[in-house]
Design a protein around this ligand. Sequence first.
Ligand SMILES: [Zn+2]
Length: 119
Amino acid sequence: MCRVCLRRPEIPDEPHGRCESCARAGRRVYQFRLRPTSTGFQISAGELSPRALREHAGAALQGFSGSPTSKPHLTSTTCELVMAGKRLESIRVSPGLASKTEAVVLALRQGAVRSEATW
Ligand SMILES: [Zn+2]
């Protein structure tokens, strides 16, 4: 199944696990794992480094005004950014984070202002 749209079958050996339509549209998914902190969450691992997150999605995250959606394929404390180029299409969270979406968006925004090479 395509990692981006979760609907169509992925192209065999496509490096990002996408269907033809998502690959053609340049859509990508980046997954992040969060760890709980005393005040909310912090990114603990991700498919983009802090620097790359800022570069690819920093502005889009600051301007994001939508609501993250809960998706059952995500488990534990994981979330995903769905990007089309530099446009942030959506944020998806695991069902366990569904009631904490504001804290998730905050953790992603805070991650995007860090400049370290690794989490
Ligand atoms: Zn797709």
